[in-house]
Every structure is written in structure tokens, then in C-alpha cells.
Design a protein around this ligand. Structure first.
Ligand code: F6P
Length: 354
């Protein structure tokens, strides 16, 4: 497409990559609006890195970002395209950056997209990263936007499941997202008063879980809520190797439903009627909470300020209540797993008197 640029203005390109997450549009809007303040114009790149390969771009105006703040998803679309998968694609990216006069990129993404951003930055392309993910697993930032929304959705679901579990004297297992980390399961489990919380960081045994729930029944409590992250593993059967055909295009394990497995086993060992609810992508869709809208807005403005300062190869981050920045290199070095002290606290208040 032919993009008309205003004389004297530098162009920022903005893209969203990886799984979507509530708050992406709030970042896009903030980048465009803060851009005005620093004399940048903004070019939206469609479908993550793919749009930069294909030259699929659209100018973002005040008009185009009007009303998007409360909207879930991303107006730009997203993909999991790897910009460095082959030389030809990367050359197209370099070509399009020149063609559209892009001074710097704002790359909004999770671990995969930000790792690619780090590598692209090393190839000399000026960019800054913005951490998004409902999983809250990016290092160097206290929180990622999207997490608060996901936790609110899961907490509301647990509250609803509580009343039906109690009425029917059932166990209800709630499977939530969290491939490698249990931030959503643990935080929403605590907020919703779950009776057991199982996360990827701490492998569980059926014995332990049954013991915990049996103690509740012996104390006269006739129902239980168990929250399990999709990536949780059983210690007693080990973690079997995942064959190629059980992996998605990014090499991630395709989950087969640990919640269902757990539900069946609990019913068998405790003899209590059990139901399973898998919340899935409901956790990622819809409008962001006020907290996520504000955090996303702060991140978007900070990203533009980094570009204005020429401080590239960085990721914006929240530390304490301050927005700061860290190198992309340190942000993607390792996933931010659940804080052990927070986990201990969760275990202390879960399941009642031992
Ligand atoms: O990274 C966010 C996340 O929501 C994970 O918790 C989940 O495992 C994954 O994305 C699922 O993504 P998709 O179904 O889009 O491949």
C-alpha cells in the first residue's frame, strides 16, 4: 500500500504478536496518542511480524484508535510468525522498514515475540518491546497487562462454580491457562477460595490431592473446588516426553486436558461425584479491566518515550509502582515463575485445617 507521510514527522511502526490478550488495543491507542506529543506518526503493522514481511500496514490516526480502549483482542490482528525463520523473509522486513520510512518499532508481545524482537534488534533494527500476556510470565516486570483481566474472569467463574458445587455436593475441577507457570491458577485460586491449587512449577501426586480433599469431607465439608493450570504435571507418573505430532507449529505441547484426567481420578479415589470445567480462551477474550487499561496505557506511552530518547533494545516494565525499562535480553532470559513465598501463602489458606 502507498502510505503518505507528513513532512517532518518520524514514523513509528507498531505490531502485536503471539496470543492475543486484553489491553493490546489500549497500548496501540497510547502509542498513537503519545506519538502526537513527540511528533511521531504511527503505522499499524497487521498480523505481527507477518505484516512487516508482506508490507501489510495501515496508518493509525486519532480517528482509527478512537473507541478501541475497552475492546478486547487487537485491531491489528496477530500471528506467531517468526521474523528470522529464513533470510528471504528478514530481507523483506528490512526492505519494508526502509520503504515505509519506519524510524523504530514498538513490538507488543509475550515471550516468543519479545525473544524474536531481541534477535531482530541485534540485526540493527531500532525497536522497543512491550510485555503482554495473561500468563504474567515475563521477567523484569512485576506484572504484564492482561493478567489482571484473566484473573478476574477466572475468579468470577470459581465463584459461580462454588454455588453449584455446594448445592450438588460435588467436586468441581477448574482447568485454567498456564502452560509453564501457575500465576493465573494461584492468584485466582486464592481470590476464589479454592480448596486445592495445582500449578506447573510444583508437580503433584494424586495421593496428596486426595488426602487434602478427604480431610475436608471428614471435617463435614461436602464439596470442593480444585483449580489446576493446563501445564500442571503429576509427580507420580513423571513427565512423559512429548512426541512431535503432539506439538503445535511453535513446538509447544498440545494439551490433552489435565483437568479431565484429574476429575476422573478424584471421582475414583474419593467416590465423590466430580465435574470438570475448562475455561480456555474465555480467559483471553473481552474487555480489559480498568487496571489493565491503565497499565497498558502507561506501557504504550513509555515505549514512545524510549523511542524519543533513542533508547532501543529495551522493554518497558512495571517495578513497584514505577514504569521503567530493562534490556530485552534480560527480559527473555528466563520465564518468571510463581514466587515461592506467594505459593506457600496460597497453600496455607487452601483446603482448611490439616
Ligand atoms: O500464552 C498465553 C496462552 O494463553 C497460554 O496460557 C496458553 O497455553 C496459550 O496461550 C494458548 O494459545 P493458543 O490456543 O492461542 O495457541
Amino acid at each position: 500500500m502507498n502510505v503518505r507521510r507528513e513532512e517532518g514527522l518520524k514514523t513509528i511502526g507498531v505490531l502485536t504478536g503471539g496470543g492475543d490478550c486484553p489491553g493490546l488495543n489500549a497500548v496501540i491507542r497510547a502509542v498513537v496518542r503519545a506519538g502526537f506529543a513527540y511528533d511521531f506518526e504511527t503505522l499499524g503493522i497487521r498480523n505481527g511480524w507477518l505484516g512487516l514481511i508482506d508490507g501489510d500496514v495501515e496508518p493509525l490516526t486519532d480517528f482509527s484508535v478512537s473507541g478501541i480502549l475497552p475492546k478486547g483482542g487487537t485491531i491489528l490482528g496477530t500471528s506467531r510468525t517468526n521474523p528470522l525463520a529464513n533470510t528471504a523473509d528478514f530481507q523483506k522486513i528490512q526492505h519494508n522498514i526502509k520503504k515505509y520510512g519506519i524510524h523504530a518499532l514498538v513490538v507488543i508481545g509475550g515471550d516468543g515475540t519479545l525473544s524474536a524482537a531481541r534477535d531482530v534488534a541485534k540485526q540493527g533494527i531500532p525497536l522497543v518491546g512491550v510485555p503482554k500476556t495473561i500468563d504474567n510470565d515475563i521477567s523484569g516486570t512485576d506484572v504484564t497487562f492482561g493478567f489482571d483481566t484473566a484473573v478476574s474472569i477466572v475468579t468470577e467463574a470459581i465463584d459461580r462454580l462454588h454455588t453449584t458445587a455446594e448445592s450438588h455436593h460435588r467436586i468441581i475441577v477448574v482447568e485454567v491457562m498456564g502452560r509453564n507457570v501457575g500465576w493465573i491458577a494461584l492468584t485466582a485460586g486464592i481470590a476464589g477460595g479454592a480448596d486445592a491449587i495445582l500449578i506447573p512449577e510444583v508437580h503433584f501426586t494424586m495421593d496428596e490431592v486426595c488426602r487434602k480433599l478427604r480431610a475436608r469431607y471428614e471435617a463435614g465439608k461436602k464439596f470442593s473446588i480444585v483449580v489446576i493450570a493446563e501445564g500442571a504435571h503429576r509427580e507420580d507418573i513423571g513427565v512423559p516426553p512429548v512426541p512431535e505430532h503432539d506439538r503445535d507449529e511453535c513446538g509447544h505441547e498440545k494439551f490433552v486436558g489435565v483437568g479431565n484426567m484429574l476429575g476422573k481420578e478424584l471421582e475414583r479415589c474419593l467416590g465423590v461425584e466430580t465435574r470438570v470445567t475448562t475455561l480456555g480462551h474465555v480467559q483471553r477474550g473481552g474487555s480489559p479491566t480498568a487496571y489493565d487499561r491503565v497499565l497498558a496505557t502507561r506501557f504504550g506511552v513509555a515505549a514512545v518515550e524510549l523511542i524519543h530518547a533513542g533508547d532501543f533494545g529495551k522493554m518497558v516494565a512495571l517495578q513497584g509502582n514505577r514504569i521503567t525499562s530493562i534490556t530485552l535480553e534480560s527480559a527473555v532470559q528466563q520465564l518468571k515463575t510463581v514466587d515461592p513465598a506467594f505459593y506457600e501463602l496460597g497453600m496455607m489458606v487452601t483446603g482448611g485445617k490439616k
